[in-house]
Design a protein around this ligand. Structure first.
Ligand code: GAL
Length: 983
């Protein structure tokens, strides 16, 4: 091997690194620390072959180099404009290079970083100096003042080097060479953007002689006695621990048992302490809690917990995997505000500051190792590192670096070996090592369904029926009865479920019911928290979020990277709002027969003392009475029955539909939300008015030339279309079956329903008018709706009558009858009309305020809602069907033009769903990014009697049968009225 190749051999060997210090706990202390974050000099070479000069030489002239922020991902520099250094690339599992482990391509973008720093004059002369990198992707070598300190791999794990010998007083020059690809890349095939560089902080740490190198806090809680036992192991034998709040003073290794308040995600009680040697003081934050698996259940402090979790990648649309503390805190506050109580750190340990915040704010954490070899699946798992002894050291190295770093975090209740890395001896070795090092936490790994060396049975995307079987411990057997027996003895978690790609996920409520019904089903983690879109701008400066392929990647997985509960800019998507409702920790139900409010406290630990309960009665969405309900303190798991207050029972009966809503809100400000923040709610209908009467016949139509007049309506006598209603000119309603396919419609393990729809031509239906008849009291239009090239059709009759008792009101009864083969559910069944774009305000009485589909409607409440048209659109990163409002009794569109004409009122018999868009479904279907959608001069109103559910087939089960829209003869009636005075 030539010297030049040999110099870079570390990039492609199995070794996790050389010259590194042993892993240890993440902590800060009073010892001096010099942050090396900030602008560094940077240049990018296309591969190691292109490196010609000695950049590590302290005298090297780097004045012509770029400046690059540390920490940052170099491909993100320039974003939201065009990337300056390389470009982001997205693949799910396919490796973007030939699979030839441990070798990687010679075209291996290599970033050279240089930074000068002055050692502070008061930097202590004693002890040692450690250079700490929190995360460098994917492989790097380090020189200080021209002295090579070592090299490392393991992108999202810390690496430390001993800098003592190379460090000088005054000016120092640090040089770091980072390679985009390395042998480590084979172990880091997570479904995310490939991004490189020094993406987490760098610091120089003074390590005092006789200081603390490492420590391990053991703080157990015995729920039977209410006592906590503290022992802190420390490799400085003379270390002492004090916890003033507990009046404890202990030597390292000594234990004490005292009454404590336990730590839980619901009650994150931390005790401040100090670990000190003669030369160093380390602040401690101690949470007492005990995690165990007993009788097939995962327990914390002796109780079964229910995980209402999310998978969280570290993501920011402008900085990639480099996150500010403010962003981490923002995520945690949003999670808490949306009733989320658990995080799986998919699929690598996050910035350790995030875990400290989880301790403080209270979230259960499954800390996952930086390991995924999913790309080997595509080559039949041949040469999978998980079962190859040459990779054993690298696997163990990764696990120990995570466990050692995070072992003092009470929020971490489970260790996860990694994700989707197949099966093999190295995984078992990781689990064995972890069980020995930290017997206090269960070990998780999903990829080996035998679950032979883990403590919980974990799966991803199991459908409802299988989850139910697992819940009953009646899952399908394998070929090994001993393993089956072992597995059946384990608690069950869905480490991923409910794929939140685009519109959805549907079916959350049905999963939650199983989690609440079967003790073994201890909840799960929705895939995933955030869409990994990258902020970009069009030529005219309009912002959109880019996904795979947008940076010209030859191999990519498109928008599969945008599958979160929050949009890339962290605006909650309807999926998050739905999840909040589905997992609410308090269930409020209203029993009208006994006139009681039933409050069930679903917290695992916390009582309801932090909540107030408010009631409100609305008559057709208008408040008729409200007040506070006096609810006794309800312990976790308990239920209270509260009689309705007098103010409520005494309200006079209304003539309209009346609803009672009871909300549980925070009584006081917390660290994560303000007083008044709604945690849970329930509502029920108290009175319903008589159903709307549709007169069988009405005013007789009259025909004049090419128009037919019927009440306030004017129809085209040839097409039978309503062209005018009072003052309003419109393109009258006609059958609409199409929706712009959602990601869940498009993809599917069991085939794509959207492909069936398209093959049948539902996106290009033609409406052939067969007859336009005006008889005594109605106008009837018969059509045959069919796609080119097929002989199947939807025979459709529109029967219009004018209501003699309501001026300006027409009734439309649509009768549809499928003819021929329709072997799939319909996307939607409704009618679409177009009105002038100035009709851009919508008010409705029905479910809202957000979008709701048959299987995503838990969070929508019945009230009077209003929105402008823009507010009715949900800006999915990949445009698709969105924005439908459900359970609508009536909706009115108002004209906000300077000289407005009358509003348009649409009435249900009883309910319908509507969407109002400034573009058509066909426009939505054709768009690839939000900026492809251009407003038209019309607003399109779709009124649906039915919609296909959403499901989560983009990665998981499809729409449950009860939420599918069957193709069958259907009749529905909608009222259309103008001349409604604006209210
Ligand atoms: C899982 C995987 C995740 C993600 C998800 C689909 O199989 O663990 O990383 O790829 O599917 O979005």
């Amino acid at each position: 091997m030539t010297a030049h190749r040999a110099e870079h051999a570390y990039v492609e060997d199995h070794s996790p690194g050389t010259g590194r210090l042993a892993p240890r706990a993440a902590f800060t202390s009073d010892a001096p620390r010099l942050s090396l974050d900030g602008d560094w000099r940077f240049r990018l070479a296309p591969g190691t072959h292109a490196l010609t000069d000695c950049f590590e030489d302290p005298g090297h002239d780097d004045t012509g180099w770029h400046l690059l922020a540390v920490p940052s991902c170099w491909q993100m520099s320039g974003v939201p404009g065009p990337p300056v250094h390389g470009a982001p690339a997205y693949t799910n599992l396919v490796f973007p290079f030939p699979v030839d482990p441990p070798r990687v391509p010679d075209t291996n973008p290599t970033g050279e970083y240089r930074r000068e720093f002055a050692l502070p004059e008061d930097w202590p002369a004693d002890g040692s100096a450690t250079l700490r990198f929190e995360g460098v992707d994917s492989c790097f070598a380090v020189w200080l003042n021209g002295v090579r300190l070592g090299d490392g791999k393991g992108s999202r794990l810390p690496t430390e080097f001993d800098a003592t010998a190379a460090l000088r007083p005054g000016r120092n020059v640090l040089a770091v060479r980072v390679h985009q690809w390395s042998a480590g890349s084979y172990l880091e095939d997570q479904d995310m953007w490939w991004l490189s560089g020094i993406f987490r902080s760098v610091a120089l740490l003074h390590r005092p002689a006789a200081g603390v190198r490492d420590y391990f806090v053991h703080a157990d809680y015995d729920h039977r006695t209410g006592l906590g036992t503290l022992r802190v192991d420390c490799d400085s034998p003379d270390a002492r621990i004090t916890v003033p709040g507990l009046r404890l003073g202990l030597a390292a290794g000594e234990s004490a048992t005292v009454p404590v308040e336990p730590w839980t995600a619901e009650t994150p009680r931390l005790y401040d302490g100090v670990l000190s040697t003669g030369t160093e003081r380390v602040p401690l934050r101690i949470g007492f809690r005990t995690v165990s698996v007993e009788n097939g259940l995962l327990l914390v402090n002796g109780r079964r917990i229910l995980l209402r979790g999310v998978n969280r990648h570290e993501w920011d649309p402008d900085t990639g995997r480099t996150l500010s503390l403010a962003t981490m805190l923002h995520d945690i506050r949003m999670m808490k505000q949306h009733n989320i109580n658990a995080v799986r750190t998919s699929h690598y340990p996050p910035d350790s500051a995030f875990l400290e915040l989880c301790d403080e704010y209270g979230l259960w954490v499954v800390d996952e190792c930086d390991l995924e070899t999913h790309g080997f699946f595509l080559t039949g798992w041949r040469d999978n590192p998980s079962d190859d002894p040459r990779w054993r050291e690298a696997y163990l190295d990764r696990m120990s670096r995570m466990v050692e770093r995070d072992k003092n975090r009470p929020s971490v209740i489970m260790w996860s070996l990694g994700n989707e890395s197949g099966t093999g001896q190295n995984l078992r070795a990781m689990a064995d090592w972890t069980h020995t090092r930290d017997p206090g936490r269960p070990v998780h790994y999903e990829g080996d369904w035998d679950s032979g060396y883990v403590d919980v049975y974990s799966r991803m995307y199991a459908d409802h029926a299988e989850t139910d079987r697992i819940g009953r411990r009646a899952e399908d057997p394998t070929t090994d009865p001993a393993l089956d027996e072992h597995r059946r003895s384990l608690p069950f978690v869905l480490c991923e479920y409910a794929h939140a790609m685009g519109n959805g996920p549907g079916g959350l409520s049905e999963y939650q019911r199983l989690f609440e019904q079967h003790p073994r089903c201890q909840g799960g983690f929705v895939w995933e928290w955030i869409d990994h879109g990258i902020r970009q701008r069009t030529a005219d400066g309009e912002e959109f979020f880019a996904y795979g392929g947008d940076f010209g990647e030859p191999v990519h997985d498109g928008n599969f990277v945008a599958d979160g509960l929050v949009f890339p800019d962290r605006v909650p998507s309807p999926g998050l709002v739905e999840y909040k409702k589905v997992v609410e920790p308090v269930r409020v139900t209203i029993d009208t027969a006994t006139r009681t409010v039933v409050v069930h406290n679903g917290h695992d630990f916390a009582g309801t003392g932090h909540l107030r309960f408010l009631w409100r009665v609305e008559d057709e969405g208008v408040t008729a009475g409200e007040g506070e309900l006096s609810v006794p303190h309800v312990a976790g798991g308990a239920t209270a029955f509260v009689p309705w207050p007098d103010d409520l029972t005494k309200l006079p009966d209304p003539a309209v539909e009346r609803w009672l809503t009871v909300s549980a809100v925070l009584a006081e400000d917390t660290s994560w939300a303000d007083a008044g923040h709604e945690v849970a709610w329930g509502q029920t209908m108290l009175t319903s008015p008589p159903a709307v009467q549709v007169p069988p016949t009405g005013i007789a139509p009259t025909t004049t030339g090419r128009y037919v007049e019927l009440g306030a309506g004017v129809f085209d006598a040839y097409s039978g279309s309503l062209v005018r209603l009072g003052e309003l000119t419109l393109d009258g309603p006609r059958l609409d079956l199409w929706r712009a396919p959602t990601d869940n419609d498009l993809r599917g393990w069991r085939g794509s329903v959207a492909a069936q729809w398209r093959a049948a031509g539902l996106h290009r239906l033609e409406h052939k008018v067969l007859a336009v008849d005006s008889d005594g009291g109605a106008l009837t239009v018969r059509t045959r709706v069919a796609a080119a090239g097929t002989d199947t059709a939807m025979m459709t009759a529109y029967r219009w009558t004018a209501d003699p008792t309501h001026r300006g009101r027409l009734w439309l009864t649509v009768q549809v009858e499928p003819v021929g083969e329709w072997p799939f559910p319909l996307p939607r069944l409704g009618v679409r009309a177009a009105v002038p774009a100035s009709y851009d305000t919508v008010t409705w009485f029905g479910a809202g305020p957000g979008e709701a589909y048959p299987d995503t409607c838990a969070a929508a409440r019945v009230s009077r809602h209003s929105s402008d048209v823009t507010g009715l659109q949900t800006p999915y990163v990949y445009p698709q069907e969105n924005g439908s409002r459900a359970g609508v009794r009536w909706a009115r569109l108002d004209d906000t033009a300077p000289e407005p004409t009358d509003g348009l009122l649409v009435l249900g018999t009883p309910h319908f769903a509507f969407s109002v868009r400034p573009w058509t479904s066909e426009d939505l279907d054709a768009a690839r990014h939000s900026t492809d959608l251009v407003r038209r001069d019309r607003v399109y109103l779709t009124v649906d009697t039915g919609l296909q559910g959403i499901g989560s087939a983009s990665c998981g089960p499809g729409v449950l049968p009860q939420f599918q829209l069957p193709t069958r003869p259907t009749t529905f009636t909608i009222g259309w009225q103008t001349a409604v005075p604006a209210s």
